[in-house]
Design a protein around this ligand. Structure first.
Ligand SMILES: O=C(O)c1cc(=O)[nH]c(=O)n1[C@@H]1O[C@H](COP(=O)(O)O)[C@@H](O)[C@H]1O
Length: 274
């Protein structure tokens, strides 16, 4: 999916919501545990309940890998289900990969060749040759961690060099030598507020993947005020704030309601550019 298609989907659905499929066997409704594949059953119900309200899904690999082979099968089935039934959805494998070149190439093969997923999150720490193997696949996206939503973002990302440049700014500048806004997005946490202003000075046109609204308390208003550009430029993720609002048999309906609330706020914000 290219940048223009993404924007078309945002306009059509009046939404830039990404539903995070961080599916934890310990948190899903008890009645699903009777199912042969409880994780997939949960995901399928959440996807069917929210697909018209969002433009992307982001399964986080940690939740699947923690269950071994069963988890990996649930992950694959979830991806295939979305692709078959909702082909307009942008799929993000949240894997935060990155290693020496030949190893990164294997990660890239996993997500782009084997599973044909649209994008993967990548950590920039090991530099150019750890990221570029992900960029050899036509039409696929790298989503590079820039300024994350967690407290630990202060430990490295927000530290300054002798010239006053912060590490996340260096990541944004340097990585633009590797790929354009048509192949690369950046992760910026919703909790980072006004930092979006500084980020937009360096990457005015890129899409940003923004996790941290909902359970982590980031403000959608602030993200939009400082981060939205003329083609929206934002994919805002919420995981726990949508998928775990109810633990009864009505969990999918409740997830839909939560997604509807966020989508309505997004439709309001989009009025500024549409
Ligand atoms: O790359 C990410 O998606 C990510 C980056 C970041 O800075 N912060 C962050 O929370 N995430 C992920 O986004 C999701 C947030 O989940 P909730 O806090 O439940 O909405 C989780 O899958 C996190 O791993």
């Amino acid at each position: 999916m290219d940048k223009q298609q993404l924007f078309e989907n945002i306009k059509r659905k009046k939404s830039f919501l990404c539903v995070g499929l961080d599916t934890d066997i310990k948190k899903i409704p008890e009645h699903l545990l009777k199912e042969e594949e409880p994780i997939f059953a949960f995901n399928k119900a959440i996807i069917d309940a929210t697909a018209d309200l969002c433009i992307a899904y982001k399964p986080n690999l940690a939740f699947y890998e923690s269950m071994g082979v069963k988890g990996w099968i649930a992950f694959e089935k979830t991806v295939q289900y979305i692709k078959k039934n909702y082909p307009d959805q942008f799929i993000i494998a949240d894997a935060k990969r990155g290693d020496i070149g030949n190893t990164s190439a294997m990660y890239a093969r996993t997500f782009f060749e084997e599973l044909n997923i649209d994008s993967v999150t990548v950590a920039p720490y090991m530099g150019e040759d750890s990221v570029t193997p992900f960029l050899t696949y036509e039409g696929k996206w790298v989503i590079l961690l820039a300024l994350t939503s967690n407290k630990g973002s202060h430990d490295f990302q927000l530290t300054e060099d002798v010239n006053g440049e912060r590490l996340f700014e260096k990541v944004l500048r340097k990585s633009q030598e590797w790929a354009s806004e048509d192949r690369m997005m950046y992760v910026v946490g919703a909790t980072q507020g006004r930092a979006f202003e500084d980020i937009r000075k360096i990457v005015p046109n890129h899409f940003l993947l923004v996790p941290g609204v909902g359970a982590q308390g980031g403000s959608l208003d602030e993200v939009c005020k400082y981060g939205m550009n003329s083609t929206c430029g934002l994919i805002v993720n919420s995981s726990r704030g949508i998928i775990y609002v109810d633990k009864t048999e009505k969990f999918a309906e409740a997830a839909r309601k939560a997604a509807q609330e966020v989508q309505a706020q997004m439709a309001e914000q989009l009025k500024a550019i549409l």
